[in-house]
Ligand binder design. Structure first.
Ligand code: FES
Length: 124
């Protein structure tokens, strides 16, 4: 039985920013090589900042919790700041994660970065 922190359980049971943005400026879907699970991130960008972000997860509890925390952290950040976010920071903010679940937080951050790339690609 995996042991999750209370904060992980809270974000899993009450995910923040869950859903989709129909008129998103960019979106991306990414899959985890480790487990085959997938998630999608939707972005709204205003004045170079992430004005809104939502996610859909087809992953596990740890992915839902880390994706939820990731959206809370990056909302309001500039695109450049958001690019620097690491999965370790998300895990730390959640008070830790079992090591075998680190890849679930990777999926959350990788999908964010792919959505940012899609946004930047559209602007070029
Ligand atoms: Fe696949 Fe967690 S086991 S995202």
């Amino acid at each position: 039985m995996l042991k999750y922190t209370e904060l992980v359980m809270d974000h899993f049971k009450n995910p923040r920013n869950l859903g989709r943005i129909d008129d998103a400026d960019a979106q991306a879907t990414e899959g985890s090589i480790a487990c085959g699970d997938m998630m999608t991130v939707y972005l709204k960008v205003e004045d170079g900042k992430i004005a809104d972000i939502k996610f859909e997860s087809y992953g596990c509890a740890a992915n839902i919790a880390t994706a939820s925390m990731m959206t809370e952290v990056v909302k309001g950040l500039s695109i450049e700041e958001a690019k620097k976010l690491s999965w370790k920071e998300i895990v730390e903010r959640l008070g830790g994660l079992p090591q075998i679940k680190y890849h679930c937080s990777n999926l959350a951050v990788d999908t964010l970065k792919k959505a940012i790339e899609a946004y930047e690609g559209k602007r070029q």
